[in-house]
Design a protein around this ligand. Structure first.
Ligand code: ADP
Length: 541
């Protein structure tokens, strides 16, 4: 064997922070406060402020491996923690502000957080659990709606103002932990996923590829997806790596505020969960020419399935392109992404839309297979359903504390809990999460496929299909329907709409009209709640 003779240069996030300062000092990071005012910092300033933060944290006793939690909306100070904390060798731990205080207490205790950086507007939430985290020594308050008092904690701005804007960032091992994100706990206790510098760097490089999210220096990126949800899908790191402009929405995530911000800052790439985009589509449909979104070249949608009707509506009615992506907290998070490969040239619009609405093909270095109950790989025929398993350099190898070891196979794959088909082109289609699967008389029914079809009905804005208990068939599909404002539809009309598309036994046994569909803290349909509420709807009374 001949050893290669190349430098063993560590793949650490510090490089991105330094590069952005050196090459793109004036490119802006724009941040919206609760009062809607916009604050602008160049990348050089972000670097300087991150360095000041690191100096302050060092004085507060933060060392290599210390956990620094954040309880924040998306904004510049959060970005400074994202980049500064890992660069000093500590670990940034993003807390999901939509979780219940008891879950936040559990997570904070489990991660052994020592410091928390919290928005002043979120102090009432912190007050509900801070005393339950014995390791927590310091509270740093981002003065988003006014200065913090000493009783509340250290005022972020005052704290960093007293520090030098340089920090001697250490050379780190690329396998050192950079960030901890917890799964949202829809499947049992939240589990801690520990990203390494290396996993974040490699993920960033893959995310920036043209066939992937394709972000570059000339992009203006709006992460609507919260920074506490799987590292805002890696976009803050990608922006730093390329020196792109970043726009943070702060707490204003309603459609009108987002559209206004996208138009004003000439956003080119925006990313969020389907609910956000459903709201934006409704707004654009109601007032088509009011907002100039001509700068937008890609709207990244993930976190749960993007309905085909929405992807089509954006493209046909507003000339806006959706990039549908799949990932998990455990995959840093990008795993697959739906772009049309050259094999779709000359194919029908219907086929193209079906591919765009699928979860797409794996990004380089993520490998995927789907397996049956016996753990054996299944045929890539686009029909056979099985559990998706993945592996790659940004896929978790275990959870913090070693819990949930059964999620990994003996031959080193991660069991995603998603039930999928994979076709011969490699396009993955999620049919369900395994815990939401509907098994009627032993046959699987894809709730996601039925939801997609229901959301294509002009009167339906959202539909969630879930398992109802059934005396004969064990389970039968039930559909919870939310109508568009001012529209109505009957169960018979919905049946007639589905009939040409699905086999008879896939037809929901009933349609339940609701005001809204319950959601998890990361915006997914909370089907367990629908099952609790309506699960016995078909059982004899
Ligand atoms: P949690 O697992 O804690 O709910 P995650 O955000 O990590 O939080 O969720 C990952 C899951 O979200 C995936 O396993 C999958 O079920 C779902 N998901 C993510 N993106 C998509 C997508 N594009 N289409 C369908 N489901 C998706």
């Amino acid at each position: 064997m001949l050893d290669g003779r190349m430098m063993d240069f560590p793949l650490t996030l510090t490089h991105f922070l330094e590069r952005a300062r050196q090459l793109f000092p004036r490119t802006e990071v724009v941040s919206r406060r609760p009062d809607k005012s916009l604050h602008r910092h160049g990348w050089a300033e972000v670097h300087a402020r991150a360095s000041q933060l690191c100096n302050a944290l060092t004085k507060l006793g933060v060392k290599r491996g210390s956990r620094v939690a954040t309880l924040c909306w998306n904004h510049t100070q959060h970005l400074e923690a994202y980049l500064g904390v890992p660069a000093m060798g500590a670990i940034v731990h993003t807390l999901n502000l939509r979780l219940h205080p008891s879950e936040l207490a559990y997570i904070g205790r489990h991660a052994e957080d020592e410091v928390v950086i919290v928005d002043r507007t979120l102090l009432p939430l912190l007050a509900k659990f801070r005393n339950e985290i014995p390791s927590l020594r310091h509270v740093i308050v981002v003065p988003d709606d006014g200065p913090a008092t000493p009783e509340q904690g250290h005022d972020y701005e005052k704290l960093i103002a007293a520090e030098r804007p340089e920090y001697a960032f250490p050379t780190l091992d690329e396998r050192a932990a950079a960030m901890i994100c917890y799964t949202s706990g829809t499947t049992g206790n939240p589990k801690g996923v520990v990203y390494t510098h290396r996993s974040c760097v490699l993920h960033t490089m893959a995310a920036c590829m043209r066939d992937s999210l394709g972000v570059g220096e000339d992009d203006t990126i709006l992460p609507v997806v919260p920074m506490f949800h799987a590292a805002a899908w890696g976009l803050p790191f990608a922006a730093a790596a390329c020196g792109a402009k970043l726009v943070f929405p702060g707490p204003h995530l309603d459609a009108a505020s987002l559209v206004e911000l996208m138009a004003a800052e000439k956003v080119t790439v925006a990313a969020g969960v389907p609910t956000i985009w459903l709201g934006i589509l409704a707004l654009l449909d109601a007032a088509p020419k009011t907002h100039d979104l001509s700068s937008v070249r890609s709207m990244v949608i993930g976190g749960s399935a993007a309905p085909a009707a929405m992807i089509d509506g954006f493209a046909k009615r507003h000339g806006l392109e959706v990039t549908h992506a799949w990932g998990m907290t455990e995959t840093n998070p990008l795993g697959t992404l739906s772009r049309l490969t050259r094999s779709f040239v000359g194919q029908s619009d219907e086929k193209k839309l079906a591919a765009k609405a699928s979860q797409g093909i794996t990004v380089p270095f993520v490998e995927a297979r789907h397996v049956g109950d016996d753990g054996k790989p299944l045929a890539r025929d686009g029909e056979t359903m099985g559990e998706l398993e993945v592996r790659g350099p940004w896929v978790a190898s275990s959870y913090l504390g070693g819990e949930g070891a059964e999620k990994w196979t003996a031959d080193g794959w991660f069991r995603t809990g998603d039930v999928v088909t994979i076709d011969k082109e490699g396009y993955v289609r999620i049919t369900d999460r395994s815990k939401d699967v509907i098994k009627s008389g032993g046959e699987w029914i894809s709730s996601v496929a039925i939801e997609n079809a229901l959301m294509a009905h002009p009167a339906v804005i959202e539909a969630a299909v879930f398992a109802g208990r059934h005396p004969k068939w064990d389970e039968r599909p039930l559909a919870a329907i939310v109508c568009k404002a001012g529209q109505t539809v009957t169960a018979d009309q919905l049946r007639a709409h589905l009939e040409p598309i699905f086999a008879k036994f896939w037809m929901p046994d009933d349609f339940l009209f609701v005001e809204q569909i319950p959601r998890t803290s990361t915006g997914k349909f909370l089907k367990s709640k629908l099952r609790d509420q309506f699960g016995d709807h078909l059982m004899p009374k």
